[in-house]
Structures are given as C-alpha cells and as structure tokens.
Design a protein. Structure first.
Length: 475
C-alpha cells in the first residue's frame, strides 16, 4: 500500500516549507513562525490547454512593445517603459511616496487616452481625489475605486477594461473563501496570483504596491517576487525630498538602473541631473572636503565627502559617519595610519556626505581618504579635483568599473583633474604608451587624469601627506 503523505510544516511569514518542525525558518530566519500545514489531498492530472503550443518564431511580439509611462525616470528604470501584460511590484518605506508616484503614472497614462484603473485599499476615494487635485492628476480616463475585496476588484476590471491597473496595496486586498486575514501569506499569494492571471490573459499592465518589513525587505511570501515580472524598490530619506527608484528584478530590461525624483507638496518630479544635490558650491577652498564619483546603476553621480578631525582627551575617540559605511571609514583610517603616517588615535573623526547622499561603493574610498587627510593637515585639496579608487589593506589602489563614464560626468560638471588608480592607458586614451608619472597625465574629455599606484602617492600628489606640507600642487 502507498505510504500516506507526511504533513508538511510551513512558515507563516514567508511560506517556506519543510518536512519536519523547526524553531527557526530557513528562508526568512523568523523564530516560532513554522507551523503544521494540511497535507495535499489531490493530484494534478492532464487537462485541456488554452491554446496549442507553436514555434517561438511564430509568436507575435507586437503586443509586448514598450509604451511610455509619462515619467521619463521611471521609463529609464523599466528599460523603456511599461510592457502590456507585465506585473510590476513596487515596494518602499511608509511615506516615501509610492502612492504619489503611481498616481502620477496613472494620470500620465490617462492623458495618452489609455484607460487606467486605480484601486486603493488603504485610502478612501475622496482622499485620493484630494491628492490628485493637488498634483494635477484629474482626468476622465482615470477611474478610481476603493475596494478591499478581490472579487470586487475583478468586477471593476471587467467593467472598466483598463490598459493600466494600479493596486495599492496587495496587503489590503482579501480573497473570500481563502483562509487567513488580508496581508497573510495565503491571502497575499492568492490575491497576487489572481491579479497576475488577469494581467496576462487580458494584456493589462498591472502595478502592485507591496509593504516592507522593518529591515527593508518586501513583506509577505518570497514567491510574490518570483511571480511578478519587475520588482522596484522606492528609496528615500525622510529628511530629504530626494527619492530613488531601483530595479531589483526586470524581465524586460537591465536591473542596474535607478531613477531619481523630487518629492514636494505639488507632487513628484523627475530629476534628470541629481548631481547638484550632492555637491556644494564653495566660494573658497575648504579643508576636509573631496568629491567622489559613484555609480548608481549605470548612472554616474558626484557626491561630496566631508570630514572633521578634532583632538580629544577621551580614551575612546568617536568615529561618527553619516551617509557612509562606518566599517569602510574605519578601514581607511587604519590604512592612513599604517601607510601614510596620519595617526588619529587621539582625535575624534566625523565623516559625512552632502545633501543626504548614501555612498556604499568601495570606489569612494580614495575620496574619503583625501577628505580625512585634508582635515588632519588643515590644507584643502586643489580645486576642481575628483578622486576615485578602492583602497586595499596594503594601501594600494584598485581599479574601479566604468571609469570613462565617471570621468566624462566629472568633466561635464566642470572638474579639471581626476586622481584614479593605475589603469591601462588604452582604457583612458586609446594609446599603448604606459603612464608612469603624474606629469605624463593624459587629457581625457578635457580633464587631466592622474594615475597613482597607492593612497600615499595620491596624498603626495595633492600635497596632503605629512612629508609634503605646503600649498596644494597646481594643476
């Protein structure tokens, strides 16, 4: 006789299954969330097909061409625009501006005479109307429904027949006949599967808003991210108006793109050139500052790093960072002490970025080192200089990716000199002559590119090392 199927145990937080009970989920690492689940009682059998399989060359791709969302920065992240039949999941912190962004997308789509349905489960219809009046999003082709039942949402889709569907949010929609409360694992899976099924069969672009947990990850089962075609994260600091949309998954385009927005009382506006938000225009040279060139996806962005070094009588000096990785700043301090003779064991060190920028890329290590050395010696670096390079524990500078794009962006904004790690000359100028000294620095996009082997040589070039006291070197 066949052995009876053993009941499985399922995590109530993420849906992870295991054959035996464990105290901690192996997927989301939550404690006490694994409970016994009912064993399956039916087996899948062959059934009728919706349409016969055809050679892939006979499948028409005209119905899945990109169309603009009306927001250029969002089109950039999506790889060209909205794709009919695509399921998009947008997640972000509460209050970051998800509903404002999607209402703007819905209004812009309606202006192109494409019918749009906006389903809200978190606000009333009048509340959404007030925000639409403030942002100028009222249009006859934009339909609004406040529903929390999946059956009612599907009925609205049948009656309106939209080309774009916005559901805000999936955790507030409940499916009758399904166990659990709205927002639970089973409910979220059922609601998401039903919405995605309608999107695929009716060729409707569907944007689903998802909540996040306290650690920033998408709430609900991980299978939700597998079901959708695109996963977008909406990021931003509450103390700043700057917002960024980052693609974490995209079946129709690259996943290394970011979009920049400015959130204000009038709505959300695309920021095509965000560099000016993160670089301060000083009227005179200031010690303790340096400009780094980072890559956000495939977009180069300039950010200013500032440092302050003050003596202290405390046995444990303070190491405070804002917008920077504290562990990498500590590593840069250790390299400066070991290989450059800059000893800060009796000083408090404060390092931050300008404008609320967050820098986590290792290519900004050299800019942090220059800012710290400048704050220690009291001599500002030469004006018009950018620094980029990853610092190793031996003090060497390692190559950074997309160096030509970084140099071109810095040159466009008026910087004249770039201090970079040693690079093959063909990557910079297209010639085969090696660069061995700073005096032989080539000119790329109107900038002098100074290649240095290690952080000590970079500080000597900028006259910021202990052995090179004096005015900064003119370039």
């Amino acid at each position: 006789m066949p052995k009876p199927s053993r009941p499985a145990f399922r995590c109530t937080e993420c849906g992870w299954e295991t054959a035996k009970w464990v105290g901690r989920c192996g997927e989301c690492q939550a404690w006490g969330s694994v409970a016994e689940a009912a064993a399956p009682t039916t087996r899948a059998a062959a059934g009728p097909v919706t349409r016969p399989a055809v050679p892939i060359g006979h499948v028409s791709a005209e119905d899945s061409t990109f169309r603009t969302s009306g927001v250029p920065e969002l089109d950039r992240v999506l790889g060209g625009g909205l794709v009919p039949g695509a399921a998009i999941l947008l997640a972000g912190e509460p209050g970051v501006g998800k509903s404002t962004l999607l209402l703007e997308v819905a209004a812009q789509t309606a202006r192109y005479q494409r019918r749009t349905l906006y389903v809200t489960g978190e606000e009333s219809a009048s509340q959404v109307r007030l925000r639409a009046d403030r942002t100028g999003g009222v249009h006859d082709e934009l339909f609004l429904a406040a529903e929390t039942d999946l059956g009612a949402v599907l009925t609205h889709i049948e009656e309106v027949r939209p080309t774009l569907l916005v559901v805000d949010s999936v955790q507030t929609i409940g499916a009758s006949g399904t166990e659990g409360v709205p927002g639970g694992v089973t409910q979220v899976k059922e609601v998401a599967a039903a919405l995605i099924r309608v999107a695929k069969t009716r060729n409707i672009t569907t944007v689903i808003v998802g909540h996040v947990t306290k650690d920033g990850s998408i709430a609900g089962p991980r299978v939700l991210e597998h079901l959708v075609d695109v996963v977008l994260h909406f990021e931003g600091d509450r103390n700043s108006r700057f917002r960024m949309v980052r693609a974490m998954k995209n079946r129709f385009g690259p996943i290394d793109e970011v979009g920049c927005f400015d959130l204000s009382s009038e709505g959300i506006v695309a920021v095509t050139d965000p560099t000016g938000l993160f670089v301060e225009n000083h009227h005179a040279q200031v010690a303790g500052t340096c400009v780094a060139v980072t890559m956000e996806g495939r977009r180069p962005m300039l950010a200013e790093v500032q440092a302050l070094v003050t003596p202290t009588a405390s046995e444990r000096p303070r190491r405070t960072t804002s917008g920077l990785d504290g562990s990498r700043v500590a590593m840069v301090l250790a390299v400066l002490q070991q290989h450059c003779g800059i000893r800060l064991h009796s000083h408090d060190v404060f390092a931050s970025t300008v404008g609320g920028a967050r820098i986590s890329e290792p290519a900004s290590d050299l800019a942090v080192a220059v800012a710290l050395a400048s704050a220690t010696t009291g001599h500002p670096p030469p004006s018009g200089v950018v620094a980029m390079g990853e610092i190793g524990l031996a003090g060497e500078l390692r190559r950074v990716r997309d160096l030509p794009q970084r140099i071109a962006e810095a040159a466009r904004l008026g910087f004249r000199v770039a201090v970079v790690p040693m690079e093959p000359t063909e990557r910079l100028t297209g010639t085969l002559r090696p660069i061995e000294a700073a005096d032989a620095a080539p000119v790329v996009d109107g900038m002098r590119v100074v290649c240095v082997p290690d952080v000590h040589a970079a500080l000597q070039t900028l006259r910021l090392s202990r052995a090179e006291q004096g005015p900064p070197r003119p370039f």
